[in-house]
Design a protein around this ligand. Structure first.
Ligand code: GRF
Length: 202
């Protein structure tokens, strides 16, 4: 079977994208990153992709007159690569329902908390402020809500005394990267089934 085609969306440093690029260098992984895209210029993530000779595109949110225009532009750029899977790897915008409905493949997101706890853009800060003893990372399918889609995989991280948002997020990211790499690889190689909210990877 040819490798599954991944389009990866990033907004920031791109350590999750780097981990995916490293994994996809092995043909046995079953997937390749055919393009990496960002919603803003200057992301470290796209530098990593360029370094791996992966095509990149910035669809700069600030350069489009309306949200719908940006949605359409992103959809056009992503669709041009005919992905089998879109991976949001630290992509800080919610994809619109119109994008999800029209992109023609599943969209996977990684989130730095144990959903359904602490959805949204400040998950690590919110978990710390709540005082939880355990948080973690969740890889899930995107749906029309904010971090509400079916959960594919999770990993737990203990909160330590003295943690601040940065230290806790670094430890979460240390488990998040292998979780994302493992999950995307399994989805690519084996496919999946969805019954209600239950995701099964055979
Ligand atoms: C990850 O923790 C992701 O879940 C969150 O932002 C972080 C991105 O890290 N939304 P990186 O850009 O992949 O290094």
């Amino acid at each position: 079977m040819p490798p599954r085609r991944l389009v990866v969306l990033v907004s920031g440093a791109g350590s999750n994208l780097r981990a995916l690029l490293e994994a996809t260098a092995d043909p046995a992984y079953g997937a390749q990153v055919v393009a990496a895209m960002a919603d803003r210029p200057g992301t470290g993530g796209l530098d990593a992709a360029r370094g791996a000779d992966v095509p990149t595109k910035v669809v700069d949110f600030d350069r489009y007159p309306t949200r719908a225009d940006w949605d359409d532009a992103l959809l056009g750029e992503v669709s041009a690569y005919a992905p089998d899977l879109v991976v949001c790897a630290g992509f800080l915008r919610i994809l619109a329902a119109g994008f999800l409905d029209r992109v023609g493949c599943a969209v996977v997101n990684t989130h730095p908390a144990l959903l359904p706890a602490f959805p949204g853009a400040h998950a690590v800060r919110d978990a710390l402020a709540y005082g939880v003893a355990v948080t973690g990372a969740t890889v899930h399918f995107a749906d029309h809500g904010v971090d509400t889609g079916p959960i594919i995989a999770q990993a737990a991280v203990a909160v330590r005394d003295g943690d601040d948002e940065a230290s806790l997020h670094e430890r979460i990211k240390a488990v998040e990267r292998p979780l994302l790499v493992d999950t995307v690889g399994r989805l690519a190689r084996r496919g999946w089934s969805l019954h209600g909210r239950k995701v099964t990877v055979p």
